[in-house]
Design a protein around this ligand. Sequence first.
Ligand SMILES: Nc1nc2c(ncn2[C@@H]2O[C@H](COP(=O)(O)OP(=O)(O)OP(=O)(O)O)[C@@H](O)[C@H]2O)c(=O)[nH]1
Ligand SMILES: [Mg+2]
Length: 355
Amino acid sequence: MNEKMNAKEVYAFIGLGQMGGNETKSIHAKGYSSVMPANTAQSDLDGLDIPEDCKYHILGGYGSSKERKKAKQLLAENNCENFDLLINEIKERFGDCRIIFLMGSSGGGSGSAMLPAIKKRLLAETDKTICVVTCTPDDNASMKEYMNCYEFFQELESVEGGGATFIIDNNKNKEKLVLNEQFACYLDAFLNCETSSARGVVDRAEIENVLSQRGACIVNKQGSDNATTQTVIERIRDNIYAPLENDGVVANVALVNSNSNVRLSEIIENVGKPLATFEGWELDATVLAISGCSLPYKMLDEIKQRIEENKDTIKKNLTATSERRLTGNIDFLGDITTEKPKTEKVESTRDWLFM
Ligand SMILES: Nc1nc2c(ncn2[C@@H]2O[C@H](COP(=O)(O)OP(=O)(O)OP(=O)(O)O)[C@@H](O)[C@H]2O)c(=O)[nH]1
Ligand SMILES: [Mg+2]
């Protein structure tokens, strides 16, 4: 790679569905121009304040109403025409980028359905590192979102190959757009944390190393006035992300210091022994990245439990509305009105709509 290559040209960001699209906007605002929000719904794209030529509408789509199947069918139609078009578009637009971030919620229909399959194809058809940015549904979300979320992680886990997964926990702030901004701010700080300090640097290859690691990943940034060992450790768990498992599984820890108040050794004691550590100095803020962690299995187990607990009620409610309970004849005037000859009519699906 050309050493002088601007960090902002190395990375591409594909936003799938509404959350993904919103996140591309926050990233674009940080000066990254290789962004592409893609959606089944043109209306979601219209609302995004980024240049029109960045946007990509999936042909024939008008939203997936939280039905993952619907989004998949749209990609699958005509021998996967839409899927091929989308993958080719990504390859053409971002051929020069080394790392692609696929961003989309786990609980929606469009982003959640498309993301794992796109990751699988890009890994198979390019030599790029494919990272994922997603979010988990908050406590007020519907059962459908929890089900989508669980399916999403099942699929994502089954995709073999590398690439870090950033998981934003939507319970951490009721303002979702604020979560997007915070993430964009942390990620931008990490992607640009290469300094030129004689004490040591985290260079571009090391940044890529952290990002190419499979598993959950977190990045954080703190002002140099506030950063101490204790505050940096606190923010590993008290942050915008889904909680890390307390199983000591970790592959890389990268710390770039802005002062001399943070001890890497204590951070490692707290998170577990990584395969590799990288440390840099003289940045204007303190940045920490941890990758190769377990997925948030405990959280996903709780989501699964919630689905199990509500399974019977959902089934009952769904079947109840298909039952026919309005039986019995109320046409008590029938015997006093004169009977008209009946005309035979064949039902069409249009009749089912306009009953
Ligand atoms: N953090 C964050 N969460 C979001 C954002 N937008 C939506 N969500 C969450 O994402 C879930 C809904 O997914 P969407 O991204 O809206 O769904 P979609 O991919 O557009 O899919 P459909 O609309 O169902 O076709 C809910 O849990 C929302 O709270 C966002 O900008 N940031
Ligand atoms: Mg949508």
